[in-house]
Write a protein that binds this ligand. Structure first.
Ligand SMILES: Nc1nc2c(c(=O)[nH]1)N[C@H]1C(S)=C(S)[C@@H](COP(=O)(O)O)O[C@H]1N2
Ligand SMILES: [Mo]
Length: 435
């Protein structure tokens, strides 16, 4: 806006935009306007809020305040919301993380459509008008930059396993806070205009207007084309296209969250990672070979160390099988969003704590035979160590665990993220839960 207060130079700058996208005439789609942007904005307001909540829950589910579970130095200010992750309902992490990843994939077309709808704003001329205006643009940088970063790293992680486990984990978490900052600022500024635009409507019937009759929204806004091109699609058609694209993307992924026959039609995710037969035919990210665990290391000489106030005992698999066995149905739910439900049989972790001379207020530190990479260790909370459904599993279904699924023994923890269900356990150490 040119105001009388503007200096002559400023006025000259405002009146002489560089050619191309900096000129408003460049953007000619008759569909762009505050109503269309508000509709997409409302979907994202709801969708991205769910993404933020499930994402923060995912971070909390790692119990990052316990030793070794987290290398992100964020327990101070950024960890203000952390709480002890519960041990039930057993499908809790499956639900929150399945939602996080599946929704993230489904929102991609909406995000792209929203960015398309406001793209003239990116080329606003002059680019800086006032302090308030530059602050608003800075918020947008955090918002859009953070959003694209989160979507790209998240989708790469869900498709390609932990490419760089701790880089991803830390970067996605810090990126989330950048995004959250931009998102909250943006919602505060734009919420009123979203409501007004939705109330006002698109200026013609949404349902009845066919493509050739589609006119620009009758309102003065930087989003509305000054020199509209002839319409090629109606607003209904455009929004329908976005919705169908979302559903198609969701359809390519949802099978790996829901498990069962739908996994066969999963294009993204671990549909082709079934390593094993019979009861062991379910996905494996990290095979024994990748983890450097060999059959020789897990043969008759294998002993699991149980360390506690009563000293150190070394238990063979046969020893473990003579202890009381329990069977539980628990999912393995990966941070990548995929999950599988299985029936596990083995020894209760709480029984092992007691056997090592520990008390019900103690917790377990779990180490695997796998070296390096940070995956082979986990601190379990007191609740997880004591839960009746937390097992040192020896069998899945009616079979022994396969080497790829953690033979001779793996932990399974109710409601916890998969990464806390350590395979190829080497040592369990009882630690004071109050320390
Ligand atoms: N020792 C060890 N245990 C492990 C892992 C690992 O890499 N090493 N991966 C974890 C992760 S991230 C998940 S989701 C579950 C299931 O992983 P899988 O598909 O590799 O079996 O096992 C967990 N247990
Ligand atoms: Mo995982």
């Amino acid at each position: 806006m040119v105001t009388p207060l503007m200096s002559q130079t400023q006025q000259w700058v405002a009146e002489h935009p560089p050619p191309g996208p900096f000129r408003r005439r460049f953007w000619r789609s008759p569909l762009r306007g505050p109503w269309l942007t508000a509709v997409l904005g409302l979907v994202l307001l709801v969708g991205l809020t769910i993404m933020i909540v499930t994402g923060l829950l995912s971070y909390a589910s790692y119990d990052p305040t316990l030793p070794v579970n987290d290398t992100t130095p964020a327990h101070g200010l950024l960890g203000f919301f952390l709480f002890d992750w519960p041990t039930g309902p057993t499908w809790l992490y499956r639900l929150t993380q399945g939602t996080h990843v599946a929704l993230g994939i489904a929102l991609v077309p909406v995000v792209l459509a929203k960015l398309w709808s406001v793209i003239p704003k990116l080329f606003e001329w002059p680019p800086v008008r006032s302090v308030a205006h530059s602050l608003e643009r800075l918020t947008l940088l955090l918002l859009v930059g953070g959003l694209l970063f989160e979507f790209v790293t998240g989708i790469l992680n869900a498709q390609l396993d932990y490419l760089f486990p701790f880089f991803f984990y830390t970067a996605h978490y810090y990126g989330a806070w950048v995004f959250i900052g931009g998102f909250v600022g943006h919602v505060l500024v734009k919420f009123p205009i979203m409501v007004t635009s939705l109330r006002r409507g698109p200026g013609q019937s949404f349902r009845r207007t066919a493509a050739p009759d589609t006119r620009p929204e009758p309102v003065e806004s930087g989003l509305v084309a000054t020199d509209p091109a002839p319409p090629t699609v109606s607003r209904r058609g455009a929004l329908g296209f976005v919705g169908v694209a979302s559903l198609v993307l969701l359809g390519t992924y949802i099978g790996s969250v829901l498990d069962g026959p739908l996994r066969r039609v999963t294009l993204f995710g671990p549909h082709d990672r079934d390593h094993g037969t019979g009861a062991n035919a379910f996905p494996v990210n990290k095979t024994a070979a990748t983890a450097g665990v060999t059959a020789a290391m897990t043969g008759a000489d294998w002993r699991m160390e149980l360390v506690g106030p009563a000293g150190t005992v070394r238990l063979s698999r046969a020893d473990l099988l003579t202890l009381p066995q329990h069977t539980v149905s628990l999912p393995i739910a990966c941070v990548e969003g995929w999950s599988v439900g299985q029936t596990w049989t083995g020894v209760r972790l709480a029984d092992l704590v007691a056997r090592a001379g520990g008390r019900p207020t103690d917790r377990l530190f779990v180490e695997s035979m796998q070296n390096g990479g940070g995956f082979g260790v986990a601190s379990l909370s007191v609740a997880q160590s004591q839960a009746g459904q937390s097992l040192l599993a020896l069998k899945v279904g009616d079979e022994d665990l396969s080497l790829d699924h953690g033979f001779p023994a793996r932990t399974v923890i109710p409601a916890a993220p998969g990464v806390h269900c350590t395979k190829w356990v080497k040592r369990l150490t009882v630690t004071d839960g109050s320390a």
